[in-house]
Design a protein around this ligand. Structure first.
Ligand SMILES: *Cc1c(COP(=O)(O)O)cnc(C)c1O
Length: 252
């Protein structure tokens, strides 16, 4: 509302619209009413399950954007997860976007903070917009120091989160057959479709909380993440406590 933006959502498998779908969405409206000014992609894609977009797919979408003269914004909140999982350096992803944001928090481990990247004119305008939105913060330096640590050390340990997430998914899939496909877990996000075995996700959430396991519910599924404060041992403990929580929820 504040930005005066309307969204055209593209529904795509794994949260990744193919280039043809983007090109179709960018076809000019004959009445010039529905003008698209920006294409925004997310990599990895949170709601789609932490899915990774391959650099070739991104290049193809970029080409479609360039042909339509529309800039491409990359919501790379978890771009370092995408990089670790795909082996593509972040700079290669960044080179395909007109602007990119990434979080210093989340997987990289800072308590707070994000970075917005673009050319000088863009970042100048973005800083102005940030202040207009009430985002001025004078004493952010001490937190920026934590961000530097996150940037330095964070990427080196993301593989551990991905390994832990896959293990968590395998353990849950074994305990609750049919609730998820562990091979679809590409990074650090695990969605469990407890409803598919007759367990309301919020019931599962509450029972898990009673068992000392914290998760969230998104899109009707239990959502679990691995990060620097979740160890391989925690994952095993969660797998151990899972059946009690979920079968209790089923009965309750
Ligand atoms: C967390 C997140 C953001 C916003 O990050 P902030 O640090 O709150 O600005 C944007 N996009 C995605 C996909 C996110 O997960």
């Amino acid at each position: 509302m504040l930005s005066g933006i309307a969204f055209v959502e593209l529904e795509a498998t794994r949260g990744q619209p193919p280039a043809e779908m983007v090109a179709e969405a960018l076809r000019p409206d004959p009445y010039d009413v529905a003008a698209v000014d920006l294409v925004s992609l997310e990599n990895t894609h949170n709601v789609a399950g932490g899915t990774v977009m391959a650099i070739d797919e991104l290049r193809a979408v970029r080409k479609a954007c360039q042909e339509a003269g529309v800039p491409l914004y990359l919501d790379g909140a978890r771009i370092f997860n995408a990089s670790v999982a795909s082996g593509t350096p972040v700079r290669e992803y960044a080179a395909e976007a007109d602007a990119l944001m990434f979080c210093l928090s989340k997987g990289l481990g800072a308590p707070i903070g994000s970075v917005l990247c673009g050319d000088a004119e863009f970042t100048r305008e973005a800083r102005r917009a940030k202040i207009l939105f009430g985002g001025a913060w004078r004493q952010a330096g001490v937190l920026a120091a934590a961000g530097l640590v996150a940037l330095e050390d964070g990427p080196n340990r993301l593989q551990e989160d991905h390994t832990n997430a896959r293990r968590l998914a395998e353990g849950i899939a074994e305990a609750s057959l049919g609730t998820l496909d562990p091979s679809a877990v590409e990074t650090n996000i695990v969605y469990v479709d407890t409803a598919s075995v007759g367990v309301d996700p919020w019931d599962a959430h509450d029972r898990l909380k009673d068992e000392g396991v914290l998760c969230s519910v998104l899109g009707g599924k239990v959502r679990m993440l691995t990060h620097r404060d979740v160890t391989a041992g925690d994952v095993e403990e969660t797998i151990r406590r899972w059946p009690a929580a979920v079968s209790a929820a089923a009965v309750g």
